[in-house]
Design a binder for this molecule. Structure first.
Ligand code: GRF
Length: 202
C-alpha cells in the first residue's frame, strides 16, 4: 500500500521542507500529507516553517541522548505518535542506523545536492564547483545504512555556466532540489515509485 502520512526530518533552514509544505497546501501531494516535522536541532528555521504551516514541529535533540540508539528510539516514538508511514530526509544531518531503517523498510528517502554517485558527503555543491565540473545537480534516493549510497529514484541536472559563482550555483541547485523533491514525494505517496529488488524484504 502506498504511504499516506509522511514525516519530514530536518536539521536546518528547511527550504526543501517549505517546497513540500507549499505543494501540500496547493493540493499537489494529495492523497499524501505531511504528518509532522522533526528536527534534531532546536531553534532552526525549518521548525518555524512547519509551525507556520500548522504542522506539529517537534525537536528530538540528539545531544540530549547518550547514543544513537536512544536518540533513534525517541525519533521512532514521535514518528509513531504521528502515525508516520514514510520518511523524507530534507537536510537531516544525522546518519541513521540499520536498526532505525529496518523499522521503515523501503520507506525512507533523501535529497542530496549532487548527481550521485558523484560528490557524496556534506559539501557536495562546493566539491563539485571546485572540481570544475560542467554539470552537477541533485538526487533523490532511497536511504540505506551507507551514506549517500542508496538506490537513485530521480535526478535533476544543472549546468555550470562560465562565470558561475559558488553562490549562483547553490541557488540553481536548491531551486532544482525543490522541484525534484516535490515531484518525487508526490509520486512516492501515490505508490508510483518502484522499489528496487535490493530493498524488498526477502
Ligand atoms: C539541501 O541541499 C539538501 O540536499 C541537503 O541539505 C540541504 C538542506 O537545505 N541534504 P534545506 O534545509 O532544505 O534548505
Amino acid at each position: 500500500m502506498s504511504p499516506r502520512r509522511v514525516g519530514v526530518l530536518v536539521s536546518g533552514s528547511g527550504t526543501n521542507l517549505a517546497a513540500l509544505l507549499d505543494a501540500e497546501r496547493d493540493g499537489r501531494l494529495a492523497p499524501g500529507e505531511i504528518a509532522c516535522v522533526i528536527s534534531n536541532r532546536p531553534g532552526v528555521r525549518a521548525l518555524e516553517r512547519a509551525a507556520a504551516a500548522g504542522k506539529p514541529a517537534v525537536v528530538v535533540d540528539h545531544k540530549q541522548f547518550a547514543g544513537r540508539e536512544p536518540f533513534e528510539d525517541a525519533l521512532c516514538a514521535e514518528l509513531a505518535r504521528h502515525e508516520v508511514e514514510a520518511i523524507v530526509l530534507a537536510g537531516f544531518m544525522r546518519v541513521l542506523t540499520p536498526r532505525f531503517l529496518d523499522r521503515f523498510p523501503e520507506r525512507v528517502i533523501n535529497i542530496h545536492p549532487s548527481l550521485l554517485p558523484a560528490f557524496p558527503g556534506g559539501h557536495a555543491i562546493r566539491d563539485a564547483f571546485e572540481a570544475g565540473v560542467k554539470e552537477t545537480g541533485c538526487t533523490v534516493h532511497f536511504v540505506i545504512p551507507a551514506v549517500d549510497a542508496g538506490p537513485v529514484i530521480a535526478q535533476a541536472r544543472v549546468s555550470v555556466e562560465s562565470g558561475e559563482t559558488l553562490d549562483s550555483l547553490e541557488a540553481k541547485i536548491h531551486r532544482a532540489e525543490h522541484a525534484l523533491l516535490t515531484s518525487v514525494v508526490k509520486e512516492f505517496m501515490a505508490g508510483k515509485v518502484e522499489v528496487p529488488l535490493s530493498l524488498r524484504p526477502s
